[in-house]
Design a protein around this ligand. Structure first.
Ligand code: G3P
Ligand code: CA
Length: 252
């Protein structure tokens, strides 16, 4: 199955490094991204939240509590306040002082590499916020190297209306015929879900293909799971161990 834009691939499944390289370095930091870039991993995945002053930053949770030394909602903190936080020490002392990157800083690191990116819009984004992200991508000629993903259908609708040139992955908690219909209506290039969501209705994976819709599964960290996903015809595998999965794909 030939997926659209940034998701396209000649053969086999694509590897996506979850939150950078989440098993080796603090998630969603540039040091984690660089591990994957240096290795030439197919894709890195990054989560985006908006600060109180509307700047997209790399952060998974809606609060900074788990992955920084601060506390509070990302949406209530300004960029300056977030930049003062340490997003590395929680993972290990060698990462002390690692800052929370902005989307712009992340894209500047991505641009000179051979990797692509899958960026997840967390929460709901308005037109202006979506267009700001889209412009950052266009400024760097990243149309064929970055795809969007979101659980929020409204974000996907907005992206289709404002920037249809970018591939979109519809994240879902269900996997049935209705999921496929929704993905099709939204013009999504792929549907992404947790492994157990795909543990039934296997037949729909090939039906999705006939509609030109790929499948992406997260977050698989063992050989047995990689093997099952590949045998089921999954197009994209998200993992915390991209280097190990690359090695496995090379010999399997
Ligand atoms: O890319 C999909 C996956 O990352 C969504 O789950 O919680 O890791 O953002 P989460
Ligand atoms: Ca994510």
């Amino acid at each position: 199955l030939q997926l659209h834009g940034a998701l396209s691939r000649d053969e086999g499944f694509g590897i996506i490094a979850h939150r950078g390289a989440a098993s080796d370095a603090p998630e969603n930091t540039l040091v984690a991204m660089r591990i994957s870039f240096d290795r030439g991993v197919d894709f890195v995945e990054a989560d985006l939240h908006l600060t109180a002053d509307g700047v997209p930053v790399l952060m998974h949770d809606p609060t900074v509590d788990r992955t920084t030394n601060g506390s509070g909602e990302v949406a209530d903190l300004t960029l300056a306040e977030i930049k003062a936080l340490d997003a590395g020490s929680w993972f290990g002392p060698e990462f002390a002082g690692e800052p929370v990157p902005t989307l712009e800083e992340f894209l500047d690191e991505l641009t000179p590499t051979n990797s692509r990116a899958l960026i997840e819009l967390k929460g709901q984004w308005n037109d202006e916020q979506v267009m700001h992200a889209v412009e950052l991508l266009h400024d760097r000629y990243l149309v064929d190297r970055v795809a969007f993903e979101s659980f929020e259908l409204e974000n996907l609708v907005r992206l289709e209306a404002l920037a249809p040139e970018f591939a979109r992955v519809m994240l879902t908690r269900e996997w049935n015929r209705e999921t496929l219909e929704t993905a099709s209506v939204l013009g999504a290039s792929a549907v992404g879900a947790r492994n157990r969501v795909f543990s039934s209705n296997f037949g729909l994976i090939s039906e999705a293909r006939t509609l030109g819709i790929g499948t992406m599964v997260y977050t698989l960290n063992s050989k047995s799971k990689w093997s099952k996903a590949r045998n089921r015809g999954i197009d994209l595998i998200i993992t915390d161990n991209p280097v190990a999965l690359e090695d496995w794909r090379g010999v399997n």
